[in-house]
Design a protein around this ligand. Structure first.
Ligand SMILES: [Ca+2]
Length: 263
């Protein structure tokens, strides 16, 4: 009987450890649990979850906007977050927009990320949903690692998913990425997704996979994707990639319905 109880205990323990291991294994497996979500159901952005970045134009990427905490740059409407780009004089800037992040508040190592959003399409815009390692504060960029879940520029129909690291980054044009064409991204909501574990990264839109990076194919060492990463959502205006907006640009809305993180 003791042996039987011991066997059952061992079996239970092994099941438990098997289960806990699984939470960090699955690429496109269905055993994930929802561990963090944001529905934007409050009247204002929840600053217990989010930091609002305030930045001058030209801070990064030669971007033209000032990032502000003004209500018309970052607001919630009909249970959606709206990051609105505006052509207006603001300090030294000719455009304003919004950039928020979860640094110091929520961070994840591996998991499945889903973001339901409408993406603005106009010349000069660069909306993005991305993950940055908290080691940026010690190692700097690009050594820290960056995972771009969704990037879009101008009025294209193309969505990009990309990584940056010490070896692969846009400073030397060696970043690794894929892309997918989707229709009506500014009119209809789509779900932009990433699955990430210790060996692989997979990008998908509405469950259609369009890009995969396996560690073994690119990294002998210096794989920077085993650290805690925080989420950033922003809408840049201008900058190295999209170039300038047209003269008749006035406003643009980047609309996020919800964000879900599973592990
Ligand atoms: Ca919502």
């Amino acid at each position: 009987m003791k042996i039987l109880i011991l066997s059952i205990l061992l079996l239970l323990l092994s099941c438990m450890s098997y289960k806990s291991n699984l939470t960090h294994i699955g690429i496109l497996k269905s055993d994930y649990q929802l561990i963090w979500s944001e529905e934007f159901n409050e009247s204002r952005l929840d600053t217990n979850k989010w930091n609002i970045e305030i930045r001058d134009p030209g801070w990064v990427n030669n971007e033209l906007q000032a990032y502000t905490d003004k209500q018309d740059n970052i607001y919630i409407e009909k249970n959606n977050l709206v990051i609105q780009g505006i052509k207006e004089s603001y300090g030294t800037a000719n455009y304003t927009s919004g950039r928020i992040n979860t640094s110091g508040k929520s961070r994840w190592k591996y998991g499945r990320f889903e973001i339901r959003a409408k993406i603005p399409r106009q010349k000069g815009l660069w909306p993005a949903i991305w993950l940055l390692s908290e080691t940026i504060y010690t190692d700097g960029w690009p050594n820290c690692g960056e995972i771009d879940i969704m990037e879009h520029v101008n009025n294209e129909d193309i969505i990009y998913g990309t990584i940056h690291s010490e070896k692969y980054n846009h400073m030397n044009n060696t970043q690794i990425g894929g892309n997918m064409i989707i229709d009506n991204m500014d009119i209809e909501f789509h779900t932009f997704g990433l699955e990430w574990n210790s060996q692989s990264l997979v990008w998908f839109i509405d469950n259609n996979i369009y890009h995969r990076i396996d560690k073994k194919d690119y990294f002998d060492d210096k794989w920077p994707f085993d650290n805690n990463y925080f989420l950033i959502i922003n809408q840049a205006i201008g900058g190295f990639w999209p170039g300038d907006p047209e003269d008749d640009f006035r406003k643009s809305q980047f609309i996020i319905d919800w964000i879900k993180v599973y592990q």
